[in-house]
Design a protein around this ligand. Structure first.
Ligand SMILES: NC(=O)c1ccc[n+]([C@@H]2O[C@H](COP(=O)([O-])OP(=O)(O)OC[C@H]3O[C@@H](n4cnc5c(N)ncnc54)[C@H](OP(=O)(O)O)[C@@H]3O)[C@@H](O)[C@H]2O)c1
Length: 322
């Protein structure tokens, strides 16, 4: 039995351990066993490894990692998304299927691609496939201070937004958004009324909200924006993407009757694999040509336990290298 080194989760209550694991076998002639070059430690990877993601099956042991950059046997490099939630990409080798892989251009920076594809894809796919952004439309990013949120500001600009507002908690990260394309920023504080007023002043007539927060901040923001809207018949497309502030909201029924609120999500399941795949090459180009700023902090895969438990610097994504 061929063996490899991998990050292995043996308990959902512990970080993965670096240990030997059986090399996975391709399940079809199309699937390739690739050498993994770099894997991002995304929030989605953490929730999968804790058995807490909505796709989790509770199977152990598991190898975490939902995507990676790999090298095929012919030497070509690919970005790929794992097909399997149990045998993921945090290992020397992983399986890459053609419906979830794209070839990388020669100028692609392996660590940057591994760091940025997952967070950047969230807004790119939402604004291309869920609610296609019309040139000149305005976009509010709720939770713009995280990796995905800061990239969403840049993605909205790249895809033709006329006006972009970033809202988030951390004042330093918020201020930095003006240098990457935000026309306006709004600080989210514990004072719900003041935050609602500030959001309404900056973005009452926005066309699209990209929401990474959900929970209380989204609940308050929906009502604050709707009640301040000049034309309540104008569509307000709310795209739910992350839930870092809470898994549920209370939504008064009047919100759906008294304004043209269109609530939808974007993620695995609401957008099909073929639609994702079709968007990835343009996104790789945007990352490779520097149109989306990326800070990747690389660490050896052997140090996965330390990577898991140390505090990440804001705006940085840990990338593990086998
Ligand atoms: N659906 C999809 O396709 C998709 C794809 C990628 C990511 N996601 C999801 O999007 C979310 C963000 O991902 P990420 O990569 O940007 O993570 P990240 O880099 O870790 O950023 C998360 C940010 O959330 C903010 N935050 C945390 N708790 C908050 C709260 N209670 N209120 C307001 N802000 C809060 C923090 O900003 P402050 O420093 O300002 O507090 C933090 O920087 C995650 O839930 C992830 O799973 C979804």
């Amino acid at each position: 039995m061929a063996m490899m080194n991998a990050a292995v989760v043996t308990s959902f209550a512990e970080p993965p351990h670096y240990q030997r694991f059986e090399v996975p076998r391709p399940r079809s002639a199309e699937e390739a066993l690739v050498d993994v070059l770099a894997v991002g430690l995304h929030p989605r990877v953490r929730s999968g490894a804790a058995g807490a993601h909505y796709t989790s099956t509770g199977t152990l042991p598991m190898i975490p990692g939902i995507d990676a950059v790999g090298q095929r046997p012919d030497g070509s490099r690919v970005y790929f998304v794992a097909a399997d939630d149990v045998i993921g990409t945090m290992a020397d080798k992983a399986l890459a299927g053609p419906r979830r892989s794209i070839a990388l251009p020669g100028n692609a920076d392996v660590a940057k691609v591994a760091a940025a594809m997952n967070p950047a894809m969230s807004s790119w796919v939402a604004l291309r496939r869920r609610v296609p952004l019309e040139r000149g439309h305005s976009v509010l990013i709720l939770g713009a201070t995280g990796n995905a949120g800061a990239m969403a500001v840049q993605v909205a600009r790249l895809l033709g937004a006329g006006h972009v507002v970033g809202a988030g908690r951390d004042p330093g990260r918020l201020q930095a958004l003006t240098a990457v394309g935000a026309d306006n920023i709004v600080q989210l504080t514990d004072d719900g009324d003041a935050t609602g007023k500030a959001l309404a002043a900056a973005a009452a007539d926005t066309d699209i909200v990209i929401d990474y927060l959900w929970g209380k901040p989204a609940q308050q923001a929906i009502m604050a924006l709707l009640t301040a809207r000049a034309d309540r018949g104008r569509a307000l497309n709310w795209i739910q993407i992350g839930a870092v502030a809470g898994p549920a909201i209370e939504l008064p029924s009047v919100a759906l009757r008294s304004a043209n609120l269109r609530l939808q999500g974007s993620g695995q399941g609401s957008v099909g694999p073929a639609d994702y795949l079709a968007e990835l090459p343009s996104l790789v180009d945007a990352i490779s040509n520097g149109a989306i700023a990326v800070k990747a902090n690389t660490m050896p895969l052997a140090d996965v336990e330390e990577a898991w438990t140390r505090e990440e610097r804001p705006g940085e994504r840990t990338v593990l290298v086998p």
